[in-house]
Structures are given as structure tokens and as C-alpha cells.
Design a protein around this ligand. Sequence first.
Ligand SMILES: *Cc1c(COP(=O)(O)O)cnc(C)c1O
Length: 354
Amino acid sequence: MDIKFELVPEDQRKPKPNDPLNLDFGSAFTDHMFSMKYSDDCWHSPLVGPYTPFSFDPATLCLHYGQGIFEGMKAYRRGDRVFLFRPEKNFERLNASADRMVMPQISVDFVLDSLKQLLRVESDWIPQEPGTSLYMRPTMIATEVRLGLRSSHEYIFFIILSPVGLYFKDFVPVGILVSDKYARSASGGVGFAKTMGNYAASLLPGKEAAELGFSQVMYLDSHERKFIEEAGTMNIFILFDDELVTPPLTDTILPGITRDSLIQLARDSGTTVNERSVSIDEVVEGIKSGKVLEVFGAGTAAIVAPIGTLFYKGESFTVADGEIGIITQRLFDELIGIQCGEKEDRHGWVVEIS
Ligand SMILES: *Cc1c(COP(=O)(O)O)cnc(C)c1O
């Protein structure tokens, strides 16, 4: 398929944000987007065109039944060099989400090439101050006009771009509410897929946590409310003495690319990493006894988010005096250094756009 280009005339392009570090996450968008359509069992009409609203019939399937999936990834710029981080993993995961939601597969190679073409057009939009990046949101939605419940026969896939600063303005430990009321996902469900409904379902727990002054919700397993799963939209890591632990990937956990990368980086530096079930009781006991040294979340938006306090069943538990842990800081510095092309990329994760 040949991509068509319809570019916005230079004099009609939007001004670039003048203070990218302080941008509100996902509030500014670039001049162009990539899109393609699916009908009659194939993808067609790939376009790099103006960033522009869609117009939908009110009976469009995704508006009713949430048949939609997305990805979140970042591009970094240093001078004229632009870097992506393991981008094929995002498109492979999009295909895994598509599979669960009965949506069509995309060609990873074609979409990655399309993304690179879009980024070449939009390279001036990629901020380069330390801490900034261009957030990219590939999305697929069901566009058939129909209220009868079945999977759509028509889809749009698009990628929009948004310059962003740091997700958490300061790299300081946050407080999280461990919910024994809500669950994020259930066994047999869609927790491993980046599908829209999961995020709608998390809004009420998030709102209740925010009202109590917490920035995230930590979810436990839906069956027993015993084992820790994820913190908001981040995977979770706990350092017990010299063992770094993260819950194993089951169908209730989103397989984070940051999670996978941090596991490898921690192992590279000689840390023992175990993917095993961890009960909230083990964490609370470990915090009390001093065995739990560090807790952090991991995801593309924040990369690494140090967690200072857990609030569980009416009690507050502060990890290591609420300081940023040594391993937390080291993994953050290492990963962000690799992502923006400043540190050696031993695993061949970084893709440079030329
Ligand atoms: C996207 C996401 C993550 C993090 O995945 P990354 O690939 O590291 O960005 C973790 N948990 C949930 C629920 C997510 O949606």
C-alpha cells in the first residue's frame, strides 16, 4: 500500500508550545495524523493528512459497545536525531488486543513505517528539553453503523501525536490507595488488552482515590482481593531486601513494555528479579519489618514512578521514609538514558528515524 500525503500548508500550521516541560499531558496535538481504513476484509487508504475531527453516525458501533483499542508510546529527539523505543512491541501488543476484541490485525512493519513517515513530517514538534518527548497514540475503533451487537466489519486505525513534558512534574514518591473495593480486571476478562472500557471502569476508583488525596489506585486480584496486580495504568515493582519482584503476566495484567525493559535492565546490573505473586499482606508486613526497601510503578507515561506510601484498610504504610530508592532512581536514569539515545543500548531496543 502506498501512503498518500496531504500536508497542511506551512503558513496554516499551529504554533509549537513554547514551554513543553509544563504541558498538560495530552492537551496539545500536532498538525498531522496517520489514518487508514478497514472494510471488505482489508486495510486501505493509508493517509498522512491534517489532524482533523472525525464525523460519525450516532449508531457507530464503537460509540455504543466500546470496541476500541489503543497504544501509548514516545519519540525522543536530541538535535536532529529522533528515537523510538521498542516500537514493534507496541504494534504487536495492539494485535494481541485486537485479537481479544475481535478486531483485524495490522501489519507491524507497515504501521511502523507509516509512523516513521508521519514523524518525519512532524519532527519539529518533538521537543528536546530533558524530560520531554512526543507521546504517540495509535488507536483502532469499530466504525460500522449498526446497533446489533456483533464485531464490526469496518474500522479506522489512526495515530495522533502530542508533545509532552514529564508525567509527574517532580520525580517524588507518590501515595497510592490500595483498593479492597474495586478490581481492575478479572480472570477470563480483558485486563491484558489495552481496550477502552478498562479505562472507563477505572475512573470511579481513580476519582475516589483523588478525593482522599492519592494519585493512583493499586488493584488487587478480583477473586480474593489478596494479590497485588497493578497501580493505575502502571505495572508494579517491589524490592524486598535484594529481590526485585513484579507480579507474573496473567490475563488480568497488562504486559507493559516498560515492565519488560526494567526487568532486563535490573538483571543486567546483577539484581535478582522474580516474576511471582505477591500478596498485599506480604507487602505490608515487609514495610513494617523494613524488608520492603522500594516500591515503584512502571509505564510509558511516567516511565518509573516512585511510590512512597500505601494506604490500605484505613492505615498508612510508608516505604523507607518516603525517599526515592536507589534502584528506582538507577533504573529510571538508565531507561530514560537509553530511550533518548544518551546511554548505550545493549539490547538493540532503540530505533533511530533517518
Ligand atoms: C499501558 C499500560 C501499562 C504500561 O505499559 P507500557 O507498555 O509500559 O507503557 C500498564 N498497565 C496498564 C493497565 C496499561 O494500560
